[in-house]
Structures are given as C-alpha cells and as structure tokens.
Design a protein around this ligand. Structure first.
Ligand SMILES: [Zn+2]
Length: 216
C-alpha cells in the first residue's frame, strides 16, 4: 500500500452529463468529450490504486432552482443578476435531481462518498463545501473523519466549481493541488484568472497528474 493511504484525498468535481459535450449536456463545457471523461476516469483509478480516498461533488438542483434562467421571467441564459448582495449567473437548467444527465460519469464504485450540492432552491453552490447562503455540506466532516490532510482536486469547471471547491478546501486548512489537465473551463479568460486566484491562495497547480509531485 502506498504512503498516501489514509491521508490523501481526491475531490472529483461535477463530472456529470449536463456539463459534458459527450452527453450533449444542457450546460456542456468546451472540451468535455468522451476522451476527456475517460482521462478523468483513468486518473481517478490510478489515484485510487495508489491509496488515495476518492470523493466527489454532484450538482443536484430542484426544478425551481434560483440558478436556472427559466425561473426568472424575461431573463436569458448567462445573464448575470444581483440578488441582494449576491451575484448570480443564470444558467440553462442543468443537473436536475434524478435526471439521467445529473449522474456522475466517473465509475461510482471508486468513490468513498459523493457530496450533493445546490439542493436548496434559494442558493447556488459552486463549492462542494458550502452554498452561497453559507450552509455547509457534509464534505469537511467526511474528509476529517477520514483523516484527510491533502487534497487533489479536478473536474468541471475550472472557473466555477473547481475554483470554489479548491479555494474553500485551502481555506479549511487542506493542502491542495489542482490538476489543470483534468479540468475544463467555461471560458479561457475566466479559467486563466481562476488558476491565478487559486495559486494566490497557496494551491499548487499541476499541468498533468504527477504522482511524485503530489505526494510531496
Ligand atoms: Zn448548478
């Protein structure tokens, strides 16, 4: 068994049908074809084999979710609105609870736990740790219960849910590495900015999975 066992965890962020071109998702992110998902699958198998505990996040919205533009009469997809102090991007309806394209595409048997987020119709939740209303998910508890101190994070999308999850993980005291080559972003500019913001938080960014580098 590798040295990593029991201390190192992985969070696979939102690798769900609706975010992929492969499954013709309603909010498909560029570059998320079958080959990309297979690459994520392979990397996750490798890490699991090395003794990393695998966790996931799953966007899981009710039909009346605040992030769906269809719930805001007169608004269009990708418009940005203010809700009190919060900024909300309006998305096409996606990852509706119990639908085929809300499923996590990486082999579910690899995961110790998959944390659902965005269940509250009033708040969006890019982060796997908490929603925009500040309500915590069970992620931190589950990681702590498993003795996790270091996290490798990747998935969809670099500039939204990967960024928010990685930054909250760093803020919660985990040592975080993000694998850029196992992420895809909504837009190139915001993705580049997201990588810089994560680096500024002390998060290590690696181009590709490198077991030696992440084991340090
Ligand atoms: Zn969502």
């Amino acid at each position: 068994m590798a040295i990593a066992a029991g201390k190192m965890g992985v969070i696979v962020v939102d690798v769900q049908g609706d975010f992929t071109t492969w499954k013709e998702g309603s909010l498909a992110v560029n570059g998320t074809d079958k080959a990309f998902v297979e690459k994520v699958q392979k990397a996750t198998e490798t890490l699991s084999g090395e003794g990393y505990l695998i966790f996931g996040t799953q966007d899981w919205h009710p039909a009346d979710h605040i992030s769906f533009y269809t719930n805001h009469p007169g608004k269009k997809a990708f418009e940005v609105i203010k809700i009190g102090e919060r900024t909300q991007v309006l998305w096409p309806p996606h990852c509706r609870q119990g639908t085929e394209n809300a499923r996590v595409l990486v082999d579910n048997n690899l995961f110790m736990a998959i944390v659902k987020k965005g269940k509250d119709p009033r708040y969006d939740s890019y982060s796997g740790f908490q929603d925009d209303g500040g309500a915590k998910t069970e992620m931190d508890q589950i990681l702590k219960r498993n003795g996790i101190q270091k996290l490798v994070i990747y998935g969809i999308a670099t500039d939204y849910c990967v960024k928010a999850t990685a930054i909250d993980a760093a803020d919660a005291g985990y040592k975080v590495t993000v694998i850029e080559g196992l992420c895809k972003g909504v837009a190139p500019e915001t993705s580049a900015k997201a990588l810089k913001e994560m680096e500024a938080k002390g998060i290590m960014i690696l181009k590709e999975l490198d077991l030696q580098e992440i084991g340090r």
